[in-house]
Design a binder for this molecule. Structure first.
Ligand code: B12
Ligand code: SF4
Length: 567
């Protein structure tokens, strides 16, 4: 395993060199690993922001889509990975409230409390360190995750160790364990509490994909990319599973444990490692696995595969950067991303585009055209983010040297969904938010709800592959189509009616797709919309009203113990 860990010194009176640090109790030490406290979707003095909820889609992808927005939560996988790979008694506390956190510190005795955070939540980390000192003064405080990249963070929070980069190896070393032992992957259900159109979808075992984390970091090293920078930067990354064989074994284990056939592969650029992916495909073919996979990949990495290879691999959802071709990122080199997106969708691969607003060459005169270009990809989902120099990245370094970082911006607002944190040559801070908001709105107005778009892509895939000679491929599309039969065809019925208010033309397109569903699918899909459609229309409208009144959603608090013995 290639690792890149480093450290900043913690409290000066402790004064140890973190890379040499060892806990005296070794694997007997009792460990608490916690994410930062909620609630998240509100404005408060600890840096929570109502526009920054603990949700992926609603935060940065479908946030302008009102009641059609896809709502769900994801666990804190970093601390789950660490917990699974140490033999000390360990508790993971995910999404606690401050009271939950205080109670856990008071009712259990912990030798080590590890906090995981990203930069926006640094003030919560400061408060949690304060609480630990007060409520559990004997505990050693370890802080990890992206928050560690803030320059001078050791002066902002009262921690003993601040760990930059990969944390499993660090924690193993700290507890005196063999850090080169193979990584054991925890069983992770990728999402929870999914809501669409005002209803919470039932949670059946196996219905939600398993998350697989093959590696962290990305060797492409784009200048703004915080995950690439945090795990070593250009040319570097940390592989947890080097080979296709190892990945196949992990996925087979997850298939058994979680009863899943679909996987959310959390790797910044999964398709870049072609040998690993192709070996995985060989094993899948040999074992007749008709799995589906959601992956992140850059356009140049996708181009290394034929459509047939992608379909056989089971790639069913792809997250891809669509930065302006004028920005000159090497990951886009030689790609016509519009044509690529169209082609992928024709093969049933749902595309999530990601576009950066406020690149150096953007001006008030050209930004509208650039957004129109992005939106014209007609991807299934579209994420928009402000160009943001984030501590730890080459871009941050460059902006600091050029004196362009704005001094008075709170870290809680440096998340790419609010306003610039730097001086742009042509676009003002206020306008940055206006353009960003407009991009989300324009994508929704022109292309319709993402829920409709994914149904359309799936239909294209189904029509193309329903008679495929490859049984693995055929089975996968039948499975995915089967899932759409009931609830999605009813959702289309409700969407068609509700969207008439926004755009008649899109509503008409939804109607045509619904007709296609009627023709292509079974009896369920013909009858169900008549019953469930009106109910969904009612829940959709109820949800619109709730959202207008300021309704937000919070993840549940989760507590999990491993190797546990009561103290
Ligand atoms: C899943 C995810 C989420 C989930 C929730 C995660 C959670 N429960 O907190 C959701 C979707 C809700 C989310 C939301 C947001 N996210 Co997010 N998210 C991710 C994502 C895609 C995966 C994280 C992950 O699990 N990675 C894999 C694990 C293994 O890596 P890891 O978490 O970094 O953990 C390793 C090390 O950091 C370290 N470590 C971590 N914790 C600890 C603790 C200790 C004690 C130690 C020793 C070590 C350690 O060891 C781990 C193993 O090596 C990352 C991108 C990425 N590829 O990492 C972005 C990312 C973390 N998110 C990011 C951002 C900015 C956000 C948002 C602000 C949204 C936005 N506008 O972009 C919101 C914030 C919400 C909020 N209110 O806090 C940024 C963070 C930037 C930064 N430098 O701080 C990232 C890096 C994406 C990016 N490239 O910009 N996110
Ligand atoms: S290709 Fe994507 S993940 Fe890799 S460095 Fe660039 S932005 Fe980051």
């Amino acid at each position: 395993m290639e690792t890149h860990t480093g450290s900043l010194e913690g409290r000066s009176h402790q004064g140890d060199s973190t890379s040499l640090a060892r806990h005296p109790k070794g694997t007997q030490a009792r460990i608490l690993l916690s994410s930062v406290f909620g609630p998240y979707a509100q404005d408060d003095e600890f840096g929570s922001r109502s526009i920054n909820p603990m949700e992926l889609y609603h935060n940065q992808v479908t946030r302008a889509q009102g009641s059609f927005s896809l709502r769900m939560f994801h666990r804190s996988w970093g601390i789950m990975m660490i917990q699974e790979n140490i033999s000390a008694p360990c508790t993971v506390l995910d999404f606690p409230t401050r009271d939950d956190f205080a109670r856990e510190l008071q009712t259990q005795k912990y030798d080590v409390v590890g906090l995981s955070s990203i930069i926006v939540n640094v003030r919560k980390v400061r408060e949690m360190c304060r609480m630990i000192r007060e409520l559990s003064p004997g505990s050693t405080i370890v802080v990890g995750g992206h928050v560690a990249a803030i320059p001078g963070v050791e002066k902002m929070i009262d921690a003993d160790h601040i760990v930059k980069g990969e944390g499993i190896a660090w924690m193993r070393r700290y507890l005196g364990e063999d850090e080169s032992k193979p990584i054991r992957h925890p069983a992770i259900v990728s999402g929870m509490r999914t809501r669409i159109m005002g209803i919470r979808l039932p949670e059946r075992k196996g219905a939600t994909a398993a998350t697989i984390i093959p590696s962290v970091g990305c060797p492409m090293g784009c200048n703004f990319c915080t995950t690439s920078a945090f795990f070593g930067g250009k040319g570097k990354f940390v592989n947890f599973f080097e080979t296709g064989d190892e990945l196949f074994d992990v996925m087979s284990r997850m298939e058994k444990e979680l009863k899943v056939k679909s996987f959310f592969v959390m790797d910044e650029n999964f398709l870049l490692h072609r040998d690993r992916a192709m070996r995985l495909l060989d094993r899948m073919k040999a074992a007749h696995k008709s799995w589906s996979m959601s992956v992140f990949a850059s356009a140049n990495a996708i181009r290394k595969y034929t459509m047939q290879e992608l379909v056989e691999l089971g790639v069913s959802w792809l997250w891809m950067g669509l930065e302006s071709p004028r920005a000159g990122y090497s990951k886009l080199q030689g790609s016509d991303t519009r044509q690529l997106t169209r082609e992928l969708r024709e093969h049933g691969i749902r595309v999530q585009g990601s576009t950066i607003i406020g690149l150096e060459h953007h001006t008030p005169d050209n930004i509208v055209a650039e957004i129109e270009h992005a939106v014209s990809h007609d991807t299934d989902f579209h994420q928009f983010m402000l160009y943001t120099p984030v501590p730890g990245t080459p871009l941050y370094q460059q902006m600091a040297e050029e004196g362009r970082l704005l001094a008075d911006v709170d870290y809680a607002d440096v998340h790419g969904q609010f306003k610039f944190n730097f001086k742009h040559a042509a676009i003002s801070r206020e306008d940055s938010k206006r353009f960003l908001d407009w991009a989300f709105w324009r994508d929704f107005e022109l292309n319709g709800p993402s829920l409709y778009r994914i149904s359309r892509t799936l239909m294209a895939g189904w029509k193309r592959y329903k008679d495929s000679p490859d049984t693995r491929v055929r089975e996968r599309f039948a499975r995915e189509m089967g899932r759409l039969n009931g609830i999605y065809s009813s959702a289309l019925w409700a969407m068609e009616r509700q969207f008439r208010k926004v755009d008649e033309e899109v509503s008409g397109q939804i109607h045509s797709l619904r007709e296609e569903f009627r023709r292509e699918s079974g009896i369920v899909s013909r009858i169900m919309p008549a019953v469930l459609g009106p109910i969904l229309l009612w829940t959709t409208r109820r949800e619109e009203k709730r959202l207008a009144r300021g309704k937000t959603y919070e993840p549940p608090t989760i507590l999990e113990r491993t190797n546990w013995v009561e103290a």
